[in-house]
Ligand binder design. Structure first.
Ligand code: CP
Ligand code: NVA
Length: 333
């Protein structure tokens, strides 16, 4: 059952449950486009707790909660006592006594798990250093919208192979029967224990999991190319090391020309595809690199679906909140 559960990592959910969330997201998107109300969380109060910055996740939770009839309230970490003047446990008990559900984005996975332990209401992980589970529903929803089905499709993730997005793509892909290849330098391969665990999960769905440094060979039969920033939030001291390691893993024209057949391009965003950001300018000045994980040309190409994917964050976060905390009947899945 979904009701009353937290959404902390994809691993906690079965294949059928993840599939249900994707299909429910597509349904809610259709209701929204047709102007059909879906206030499954009427009169609820939803806490949006952010230790790290966000555009999409914050906006998606805010709009989704409002569409569901709930009232969202943003609490930035600098506005509240969390961790500095009050323990995580005490904060979770207090917030859980007032709010009907809590979104948390922060550094440690342990913290979101601890909030869920003490809050007594569903807690949704809006990203930690380890996992980005709400992103996965939007990502595979976007793939399903494009190709009609997920099983047997191949997703190739190029770049930092051990970040929250790469970890999450592996787990969700294995659960959904999607073949997932991580193409990254060996220094940034996913943890061996995770690869082993994901390969076990993949046995049940027929998904093929591959980790390789050979990006050119990896992309040839890709249906989906995916990339993320080279330096994640909290790692800002690592730009030099990552630029050097990841330059050969950039998604650019030369790389996409190696793909046989149709493909789409995904990026969880924000992206460094030009120098229109402070970081983008700094990287150009320091290293002479004006485009990082993806070139501007490919970012703007006809294959790009990152803005559809971004919109889908809202529909899928709505599905996750409604399934776990809404007034609706979901048969046992
Ligand atoms: N993709 C994503 O999580 O975006 P934000 O950091 O803007 O929320
Ligand atoms: N890996 C990125 C994802 C941002 C949505 C980060 O953690 O900064």
């Amino acid at each position: 059952m979904f009701q009353g559960r937290s959404f902390l990592k994809t691993k906690d959910f079965t294949t059928h449950e993840v599939e249900y969330l994707i299909d429910f997201s597509i349904h809610l998107k259709d209701l929204k486009k047709r102007g059909i109300p879906h206030e499954y969380m009427k009169k609820q109060n939803i806490c949006l707790l952010f230790e790290k910055t966000s555009t999409r996740t914050r906006a998606a939770f805010t709009v989704a909660a409002t569409d569901l009839g709930a009232s969202p309230e943003y609490l930035g970490v600098n506005d509240i006592q969390l961790g500095k003047k009050e323990s995580v446990e005490d904060t979770a008990i207090v917030l859980g006594s007032m709010f009907d559900g809590i979104e948390f984005r922060g550094f440690s996975q342990e913290m979101v798990e601890e909030i869920a332990k003490y809050a007594g209401v569903p807690v949704w992980n809006g990203l930690t250093d380890e996992w980005h589970p709400t992103q996965m529903i939007a990502d595979y929803m976007t793939v399903k919208e494009e190709f009609g089905e997920l099983k047997g499709r191949k997703l190739v993730y190029c770049g930092d192979g051990r970040n929250n997005v790469a970890n999450s793509l592996l787990v969700a892909g294995a659960k959904l029967g999607v073949h997932v290849t991580i193409a990254s330098p060996e220094e940034l391969f996913p943890e061996a224990a995770l690869i082993k665990e994901v390969k076990e999960m993949a046995k049940e769905t027929g998904s093929k999991i591959e980790v390789t440094a050979d990006i050119d060979a990896a992309v040839v039969d890709a249906d989906v190319l995916y990339t993320d920033v080279w330096v994640s939030m909290g790692e800002e001291d690592k730009f030099e090391e990552r630029v050097n390691l990841l330059k050969p893993y950039q998604i650019n024209r030369e790389l996409v020309e190696k793909i046989n057949g149709d493909y789409i391009l995904l990026h969880c965003l924000p992206a460094f595809h030009d120098t229109q950001t402070e970081y983008g300018q700094m990287i150009e000045e320091r290293f002479g690199v004006s485009e990082m994980e993806i070139t501007d040309e490919v970012f703007r190409s006809k294959n790009a679906r990152q803005f559809e994917q971004a919109e889908n964050r809202m529909h899928s976060i709505k599905a996750i909140m409604a399934a776990t905390n809404g007034h609706l009947f979901i048969p046992k899945i």
